[in-house]
Structures are given as C-alpha cells and as structure tokens.
Ligand binder design. Structure first.
Ligand SMILES: NC(=O)C1=CN([C@@H]2O[C@H](COP(=O)(O)OP(=O)(O)OC[C@H]3O[C@@H](n4cnc5c(N)ncnc54)[C@H](O)[C@@H]3O)[C@@H](O)[C@H]2O)[C@@H](O)CC1
Ligand SMILES: Nc1ncnc2c1ncn2[C@@H]1O[C@H](COP(=O)(O)OP(=O)(O)O)[C@@H](O)[C@H]1O
Ligand SMILES: [K+]
Length: 510
C-alpha cells in the first residue's frame, strides 16, 4: 500500500507471486531454495547439540526441497543427519535438484517407521505454503508421531498441517498439525504465524532474508501488516509546546447507571493517560453522584437520556466520544451512538453499544455513511462480533480472522478491532494489522474498557482511525507486559506513561 510503512505479512499466494517476480528478475528458483535451506540449517545448528542426530522429513514439493538443502549442509559440516521422504520423490524441478544433490552425497532415505526417539531434532519440511487440504494418511500419522515424541522440532516455513493464511489447522482437528519448537520462514512472515492457534504451533518464528527485494514484498502485499510502532508511530500525536489542553482533544464518555459506573471511569482515565487534553463523563443524576466520589482529573456532566446527551454534543469541543462500556444495552444507547455519528464526532463503539445494534449492522452502516467521515472504531470481542454481524452472509463465514474483520469493516464503514489474544484491526480501505504483544493476563475484567479509552484518547488528538486503533491495541498489550502477572484493569492506565516514555523518547521498546 503506497506510503504505508510497517512490516508486511504475506498470504501464501502473495508470497508465491513474490517468488515468481524474483525468479523472473533473474534469480534462479534453486538459488532461493539454497538460501532458504541455509537459513534452516543455521537454525538447526542452534537447536541441536553437537552430537545429536537430526532427522529431516522432506515432502515432495519445494518445502521438502528446502529440507534436502538443509540436510546436505548439516551433513557436510559433520552432523549426523537422516532424511525421510514419506511422500516419495520430489515433484518440482528445484526440489528434484535439491534431492539429487543430497542423494549424490549421502544416499538412501530412512524408513517411515524409524524410531523418532533416537533423534535430538526433527526438521519438518513436509508441507509449507503449498498445503491446501488437511493432512491425511502417512503425513497425518507422522505429524501425530512427531508431536507424541515430544522432541525439539524445527518447522520449515510453517509447521506441516497449519494454514499459513489463516493460522488454523487445516481440517480443524487439533493434532493434525505438527507442533513446532521453532519455525524458520522466508522473506516475510505469514498471517498464520501470528493468528491462533498458529502462533502457538509455530513456536519461536524467525524470518530470514532470501534475497526477495523489499519493493517486491511491498508490491505483492495487500495492506496486511504486523502491528508494531513502525506501522503508526509517524502518525502518533506527540505533544508540542504550543499545544494547550483543548488542542489535545476532549473525550465525552457515556456512562451507564449508578450500579455500572466503573467501566466508563476506566475508559475516561485511559483516554487522559494516552494524552487526551480533557475527559468528561456524561451520566444520569444518580450515577453522577457515584462518579463524583471517585473522580479527580476526569470531569462529570449530568445527562439523562439521549436528548441531554445530544445537547452536550452542541459543544464542539467534545471532539471524540466513547460509548458502550457498561452503558446498558438498548434503544437509548443506540440513540446516543446515532447522535454522536450524525454530529460528526470521532467515535468508539464498544461493548453494550455494539450489542445495542445486534443483528442490524446495516443500520449502523447507514448512520456512518450519513455521518460524513469522522472515524468510527468498534471494538468487539468474538461474542459481540457475532451478535452484531452473525446474521450477515459473508462475514462470519469469511474465513480467517482478518477476513471476518475486514468483511465487517467494509460492511459497516468502520474500523473494526476484533479482540482476543490475536487482536486484528481492519479498515474499510482493506488495511489489516495483526497484533501479538498481548500477554494472557490482559484477559481480565475491564481491560476492554481501558482499550476503548485508549482508542478514544488517540482519536481525540486527531490520530486517523486505523492508526489510532492499532496504536491503542499495541499500547494496551505493552502496558500489560510492563505490569506483568497479577494485573487488574485499574493497573493498565497507570502503566501507559512508561510505555509512552519508551515510545516517544525512543527508549528500547518492551
Ligand atoms: N521459489 C519458491 O517458490 C520458493 C519456495 N520455497 C519453499 O517452498 C514451499 C512451497 O512449496 P510448494 O508450493 O511446492 O508446496 P509444498 O511443498 O508446501 O507442498 C507440496 C504440494 O503438496 C500438495 N498438497 C497440498 N496439500 C496436500 C496434502 N494434504 N496431502 C498431500 N499433498 C498435498 C500440493 O499440490 C502442493 O503443491 C514454501 O513453503 C517454502 O518452504 C523456498 O524454497 C523459497 C523459494
Ligand atoms: N488470552 C488473552 N491473551 C491476551 N489478551 C487477551 C486475552 N483474552 C482477552 N484479551 C484482551 O483483553 C481485552 C478484553 O476485552 P473484553 O473482552 O472487552 O473484556 P471486558 O469486557 O472485561 O473489558 C481485549 O483487549 C482482548 O484483546
Ligand atoms: K513444514
């Protein structure tokens, strides 16, 4: 995507296109395979103790070709290497060459029923990006035996059985994919390395350069990125000396009733922590009294019902709105969403505000079209996503997690943050970011409320929707990592300053 910085993630077919372009430019396919095999051998060297026997399991395609190259190089430096070829001879020219070069020096392959426990490392070069149907027969049997042997496993490109595109095990049944200790991939990571369960099945992923030009990767990429500061730091609102608080935006946060006030307080505090100039909570009279007992920097305004809320929005300084955290599902909250959109405010639609449009995403989409272009970011978890989009053909069944998020973003005309341990951010223009920095202890009550506050705080400072959402998700994960285990959601906003310090002062990032 022109002008977009960041690490591209490539689907298998885009990667094959990059290979073709590179080969057409004069680099022989076998040369790419040699470079890939060298990278695999280097990783194997690090994983296998000097005397350990190494088994390389080679499929019939180019993934197997990489395996034959690695086997030959490891053997040449004195390692004790066996090759197994359970799917028979190589079926591509390059893999045939690699197999012949191996055989020329070293001879026959070992039998399929060899004792796996006698090896110190297994290199899985059965299937890579070319896998297009579930493992079966001897391949399935081998994957299961490899996993049961509990040996260190180095996967070539992707663990065999895993879809490089979706991160799903093909055929869905767990155990039908090799589970690797480490994976070496080439030129660019694939979405399946980051999406679950793929991320867990790959182990530690290393991406090595095999001489495919960055320009080629960018030209075949379709706007799918790894979520890191590289993707959005240039758009991040850095406070300047001339800025006063109103220049840094004012977030209006819609409260629920008196017994459900904590969630929106978390959001408002997070919006301030990420740099919004001001944050105000709008609440009914009873809830106002509860908030008043808790708030210091965050302000309170009384607003009963959608009408009062709309009147507050007459003040144009409220440039961003957060609706949903414990807001109370129903027509009243839907009406607040409508007011915020139609009055052109940057808007975060979270939790109950999403559920208030259950089964009616077209209604939300029509509002967003009428709203005139201010960014709208919605932050569903899987349950809320299914509640909103579950009845629409082509969304829930769109395929990989990013395809579902993208279909929803295009339908709604909004940025969709589909949460989870592998949160995906998708924009209607086709951009996608996949996040992997969230530690498991981030899954704690109220952490989603903090995320909506971070998004709202960045929108208030004028950050574009996709970048604001991606940055908020990353900062959320980094804050949780900075705190560590034992985290509760109140801790998250308090870690944001440390994360921002590292981001903005270019200290090493966690
Ligand atoms: N020039 C290139 O394209 C390069 C490719 N490289 C390697 O090549 C790999 C891709 O190679 P291929 O496209 O040959 O594919 P694979 O080696 O991954 O798979 C081989 C073939 O198996 C068949 N197949 C798919 N699913 C199957 C199943 N469940 N059971 C039985 N057969 C099945 C397919 O027809 C597929 O083409 C990459 O993952 C990477 O390791 C590297 O050598 C770098 C350069
Ligand atoms: N296992 C996990 N690992 C990492 N992050 C997680 C995990 N489970 C949930 N999260 C993150 O925690 C947050 C939870 O949000 P949400 O489900 O809305 O919770 P709540 O409603 O309690 O705030 C999301 O940002 C999600 O991405
Ligand atoms: K593999």
């Amino acid at each position: 995507m022109a002008g977009q910085s960041g690490e591209y993630l490539l689907r298998a077919s885009w990667m094959a296109e990059a290979d073709r372009i590179t080969i057409a430019s004069g680099v022989p396919g076998y040369e790419l395979m040699l470079r890939a095999g060298r990278g695999v051998a280097a990783a194997a060297r690090r994983m296998a103790a000097p005397g350990a026997r190494i088994l390389v399991i080679c499929g019939a395609g180019n993934n197997g070709g990489d395996g034959y190259v690695a086997a030959r190089l490891l053997q040449a430096e004195g390692r004790d290497v066996d090759v197994m070829a359970p799917l028979g001879p190589a079926t591509t020219a390059d893999a045939g060459q690699a197999a012949a070069d191996w055989a020329h020096a070293h001879g026959a392959a070992v039998a399929v029923d060899v004792d796996l426990a006698s090896y110190g490392l297994v290199i899985d070069a059965l299937f890579g990006a070319g896998l297009n149907r579930p493992l079966e027969g001897v391949a399935l049997d081998l994957a299961q035996r490899i996993n049961a042997a509990a040996l260190p496993v180095l996967a070539v490109d992707v663990p065999s059985g895993l879809s490089a595109d979706s991160g799903q095990v093909l055929g869905a049944a767990m155990g039908a994919s090799v589970s690797a200790t480490a994976t070496v991939t080439f030129a660019a990571r694939k979405p399946g390395h980051l999406l679950l369960p793929g991320r867990a099945l790959c182990g530690a992923v290393t991406c090595i350069d095999i001489g495919i030009a960055p320009g080629t990767i960018a030209s075949v990429g379709r706007g799918m990125f790894y979520n890191s500061p590289d993707l959005w730091l240039t758009r991040f609102p850095a406070p300047s000396l001339e800025a006063h608080k109103y220049r840094r935006g004012h977030v209006l946060c819609g409260s629920g009733g008196p017994l459900s006030t904590g969630a929106i307080r978390l959001a408002a505090r997070s919006a301030l922590r990420v740099g919004a100039g001001l944050a105000t909570i709008a609440a009914g009279p009873d809830a106002c009294r509860v908030h008043a007992a808790h708030l210091t920097a965050v302000m309170i305004r009384e607003a009963e019902g959608a009408g009062d809320f709309a009147r507050l929005l007459d003040d144009v300084r409220f440039n961003a709105v957060i609706l949903g955290p414990a807001g109370g599902v129903g027509p009243e909250l839907a009406a607040r969403v409508e007011e915020a959109i139609l009055r052109g405010r940057a808007l975060v639609i979270d939790a109950d505000a999403i559920s208030s449009f259950a089964g009616a995403p077209e209604r939300m989409a029509a509002l967003i079209v009428a709203g005139g272009g201010a960014p709208v970011v919605m932050t569903p978890h899987d349950g809320e996503f299914a509640r909103l989009f579950g009845k629409v053909a082509g969304v829930m069944d769109a395929g990989a997690k990013y395809e579902r998020a993208l279909a929803a973003a295009r339908l709604a005309g909004a940025i969709v943050v589909l949460k989870g341990a592998d949160t995906v951010i998708a924009a209607p223009d086709g951009r996608v970011a996949i996040n992997d920095n969230a530690p498991p202890w981030l899954g704690t009550a109220g952490s989603g409320d903090v995320l909506s506050g971070l998004v709202g705080g960045l929108l208030a400072q004028g950050m574009p929707g996709f970048e604001a959402a991606a940055a908020a998700v990353w900062i959320h994960g980094a804050a949780a990592r900075t705190f560590g285990p034992g985290l509760i959601s109140e801790d998250l906003p308090e870690q944001v300053p440390a994360v921002l310090r590292r981001l903005l002062q270019q200290e090493p990032l966690a």
